[in-house]
Write a protein that binds this ligand. Structure first.
Ligand SMILES: Cc1ncc(COP(=O)(O)O)c(C=O)c1O
Length: 365
């Protein structure tokens, strides 16, 4: 058996071994409060997406702050949340196939479970499984409001699918999901993206209600769009994920949230004067949205990440960096970086408060 050497609460930040996924608790808790306050003031519910943090520890903090439940992308994520005590999970995604569907419906014995659908055969499969299991699943019909990723078109295709859901035993038609994707506030201001996606959402709601099906739930939006969507009178819940920690890519767009997540690395070699090599690489830091940003080390920049080596180029005073020195890095994409780690090291005012397992890490089935 291998042993994971985990530090004890009370350990100073400087003594936590590297690479370490560190969360500033004050900053993350403040982000949770900031979104919740906005939701409360705008009469819309928060249903944060756990694809970012992948941990019931954070989901329960979000619920404690006032969230009505959470979203998950995968059955595996939903299972990890329910196992950790989360009572209300919407799988804001299509769940298909003979292995996943029974797992999804079985969860309904232990929590309130919802799912998004966009295909009649999938509705049939969910209904059969839920009836067999003797449970009821809440269903949102996913409407393609912008990104052509999933969803049916507003109008007759949406109504047809709603009718199918409403007529299916074991399923409860709750409403509509319309996820518009990442649209920066700048693009929202400069283009008519908001009117287009909100227009599609409105068209779907009107068509479904005219057909006689009340739309109680309208769910959508993320960290960059929650204001535009959440202030619409028919949108009932927002699904923000990244806001909890923010990251390098999203940060500049949503200044109301603070970067709360860093990865601490350590210099392991100084092969030449203009280069330090860190004990971090592609196995502990994602680069799908760009190379991480070096915090508070003027003159130091990540040049490249290999599997287990982080190449840091050094200029000016950064050339004083020595083997054993620590460097704090801001990931450009938090979600994919978190998925590489097994624990959060949660720090308050420089002292470790909690070591939190990332139980939904890698739960992509
Ligand atoms: C269905 C769904 N809801 C909400 C989100 C919001 O995420 P974020 O706040 O990270 O943009 C996403 C992101 O991929 C998503 O796929």
């Amino acid at each position: 058996m291998t042993v994971d050497y985990l530090p004890l609460p009370g350990t100073p930040l400087e003594e936590i071994d590297t690479p370490a996924l560190v969360v500033d608790l004050d900053a993350a808790e403040n982000n949770i409060k900031t979104l919740q306050r906005w939701c409360d003031e705008n009469d819309v519910a928060a249903r944060p997406h756990v694809k970012t943090h992948k941990s019931p520890y954070w989901a329960l903090k979000q619920v404690e702050a006032g969230a009505i439940g959470v979203c998950a992308a995968k059955v595996g994520e939903a299972e990890a949340m329910v196992a950790g005590g989360v009572q209300d999970v919407l799988v804001a995604n299509q769940i298909v196939g003979p292995v996943k569907i029974p797992r999804l419906v079985a969860l309904a014995h232990r929590a309130r479970i919802g799912v998004a659908v966009d295909h009649p055969e999938n509705v049939k499969d969910l209904s059969r499984a839920a009836s067999k299991e003797g449970v009821e699943i809440g269903v949102l019909v996913d409407v393609n409001v912008k990104i052509d990723r999933t969803g049916v078109e507003p109008g007759e295709p949406t109504v047809e699918l709603v009718r199918k859901v409403a007529d299916s035993p074991g399923l409860r038609f709750d409403g509509i999901m319309g996820y518009e994707g990442h649209v920066s506030p700048k693009d929202q201001a400069e283009t008519n993206a908001v009117e287009l996606w909100i227009g599609k959402l409105e068209a779907a709601i009107i068509a479904v209600e005219e057909a006689g099906y009340p739309v109680r739930v309208v769910s959508g939006a993320g960290t960059s769009t929650y204001r535009a969507s959440g202030s619409h009178e028919r949108v009932t819940e927002v699904q923000c994920g990244t806001y909890v920690f923010m990251d390098g890519a999203y940060g500049p767009e949503s200044p109301e949230f603070t970067n709360a997540l860093t990865v601490i690395a350590q210099v392991m070699s100084r092969p030449v004067p203009h280069r330090a090599v860190l004990d971090i690489g592609l196995k502990s830091m994602s680069v799908d949205s760009g190379l991480p940003q070096v915090m508070s080390r003027p003159g130091a920049a990540i040049e490249k990440l290999a599997e287990e080596h982080g190449i840091l180029s050094l200029h000016g005073q950064a050339r004083n960096l020595d083997v054993g020195d620590r460097v704090s890095l801001l990931p450009m994409h938090g979600d994919t970086t978190i998925n590489l780690h097994s624990h959060y090291f949660c720090v308050r005012k420089g002292i470790l408060e909690d070591v939190v397992p990332i139980t939904a890490r890698g739960r992509f089935r």
